[in-house]
Every structure is written in C-alpha cells, then in structure tokens.
Design a protein around this ligand. Structure first.
Ligand code: CA
Length: 329
C-alpha cells in the first residue's frame, strides 16, 4: 500500500524478501519489477484457452455474463507471469533463504521513540510537511474520519503517504490483468525464469506448487470482488490501475475489502477509493476494525498496522512518519 518514487519504490527492494501481505495492500511490490522483466513477462502458454476458462468460471460463479464477455472481448493482453513470479520469489526467499541482519537502532529512531527499520527516505521533516499540508487541504475529510473511527489524522495521512504518496502514485499495473493472470498461473513449470534464480527451488517444487495454488485461488476471489465492485458502480475494470497484486485506490485496498471495510466518506452514495474522503474513511475504518486504540502499546499498534500490510517495516515507517508530523512546528 505505499509506493512512489513513490513509496512503493522504497519498498520495492525490501518487499521481495517480505512475507505475504495480508490485506489491504499486499503490495509494496506494486511497482516492483523483476530484473529480467521483459523475459519474465512472457505470456502464459495457450493464453486464449486460459482466458476462456477463466471467463467461463466467472460467469458460472454469478458475475453478469454480458459484463464478463465485454471485458474479456476487449482484453488484448496475454496473462503475465509477473505477479505470481514475484509473489513466489518473495514467499520462497522468506521461507528458505537466510534472513537479513538484525537492525541496529539509530539515534534518530531512539529520539523519535519508534525503533526501525523504516523505509529509506520516508521519515523526513519534508515529507511530514507534505502530509501536514495535505491534512489542511482535506481537513473536513480527515476530521470526519477521525470522529467516526478514532484513528488519529496523522496516522491516516502517514498511511496514505506510504501507500501511494498521497494519491500521486496509484500503481502502473492494471488490477484486473494482474489478478486474472495470477489466478491462471498455477503450475511451477510456468515460472522457470523465476525459479532459476532461487537457490534450491527445484528441490521444493511441491511446496511452490502449493503456494501457487493458494495464491491463485486468493487472486481469483479478489478478481471476483473487483468485477462485482466494477459492475455495481459502472466502472470499466480495464481502466483501473493498481498494485502488482491488484490493490487499488489511494489507500490500496484489495477489492474484497471494499465491501467489508470500505466507507462512503463524502456521502455521495458510493465508495470510490480514488476519492480522498472515501479513502481516508475506508482506511480508518479498516484500522478501527483491526483493533486500533490510541492508548495501545507500540507493539499493539504495529500489530494493527500489520493487518493492513504484513511488513514490520511498513508499520514502523507509518508510526515514525506520524510522530514526525506531530512534532512539526
Ligand atoms: Ca463516496
């Protein structure tokens, strides 16, 4: 949830080694591109058959047939291996490869009271000022969200900054294509270009296959949620960009979270995560439902933020940036 030269970029490198991102934005890697992106973006064999099977399954699962047919008839792109390949590399590295060295706290971290690690370059006075200016520009939206959820405004704006640089970096990948591709990439034989780079990968093919099946099923459910949301709100799925794993909007929600935790912040009758009021209300509601309490311990707050994005560094960066905003003159 958090990119930019944008925060996502900051995260991108770290992400590759990070664990599965749970909810709102599995995503720091949204902008991450594998080293051999061109080669790895090779199409999945027999693409037409894959798309036809996927469209048929979606129709049989209750998505409006005419809507599905319209979307797939305009889809002129092959499935891409990037989202599944990147996810498997991340999961495999985290499970089988050596962990990074332990972080040593800097004086700045100690003084701020939020031990790192933090995403590089995010927790600065300059970024805190940008966040503060954004709070002033959208004062009503943040105030209402805080009243309704109890989530401090500096936490909400810091999360938006880490996720999408306050909406200035919303992801460059089509969310529909990413999720659809991930849902049809189910066999390790498809990921040779990724597995060749992972030490010992061919000795753990069944483990990899199991993870691929889980992630493909997860992506299919998210794809269904995305299509249901788009159909209900007359949105073209092919027009929505997002993260490499299909997270969308300023707050980088996974589509299934829109129905569960999305909020209509500006009260116009629909949830639009590309609208500041709706995004702030939604992310605040998400954190409230995850158990945020302002008087919680640091560890508890980290735990709540990690329900939004599983990376420890993600949670610490948001808390440190929020504290920096509070300390501005
Ligand atoms: Ca709205």
């Amino acid at each position: 949830m958090k990119k930019f030269a944008p925060s996502c970029f900051l995260i991108a490198a770290a992400i590759i080694f990070l664990p599965y991102v749970a909810c709102a934005s599995p995503a720091p890697s949204r902008s991450a591109q594998p080293a051999a992106a061109t080669e790895r973006n090779a199409s999945v064999p027999d693409q037409k058959k894959d798309w036809d099977l996927l469209a048929g399954k979606l129709r049989s699962d209750g998505i409006a047939p005419a809507f599905i047919d319209n979307v797939f008839s305009r889809l002129d792109t092959s499935p891409t291996l990037v989202p599944m390949g990147t996810k498997i590399k991340e999961l495999y590295s985290n499970h089988f490869l050596p962990k990074p060295k332990k972080h040593a706290a800097t004086p700045f971290e100690t003084e701020l009271g939020i031990p790192g690690p933090w995403f590089k370059g995010v927790v600065t006075a300059q970024n805190a000022q940008v966040c503060k200016d954004f709070l002033l520009d959208h004062a009503d939206a943040f105030a209402l969200a805080e009243i309704e959820s109890g989530i401090p405004q500096e936490i909400a704006v810091a999360l938006l900054f880490v996720e999408t640089r306050l909406g200035t970096y919303l992801g460059k990948d089509n969310a529909f294509l990413m999720l659809a591709s991930m849902s049809v990439t189910r066999d390790p034989s498809m990921l040779k270009s990724y597995l060749d780079d992972l030490p010992g990968a061919y000795e753990h093919l069944e483990w990899i296959r199991g993870k691929m099946m889980l992630k493909a099923d997860w992506a299919y459910d998210e794809l269904k949620a995305l299509l249901e949301y788009c159909h209900a709100n007359a949105i073209d799925p092919l027009a929505i960009n997002g993260s490499i794993y299909g997270a969308i909007g300023l707050c980088q929600f996974m589509p299934s979270n829109i129905a569960k935790r999305g909020m209509d912040g500006n009260k116009d009758g629909r949830i639009d995560l590309f609208n500041v009021s709706d995004a702030v209300a939604s992310l605040s509601n998400y954190l409230r439902k995850s158990g945020w309490q302002t008087d919680s311990t640091l560890d508890k707050k980290i735990k709540v933020l990690r329900s939004y994005n599983a990376m420890d560094i993600y949670a610490r960066t948001i808390l440190a940036l929020a504290e920096t905003i509070l300390r501005l003159e």
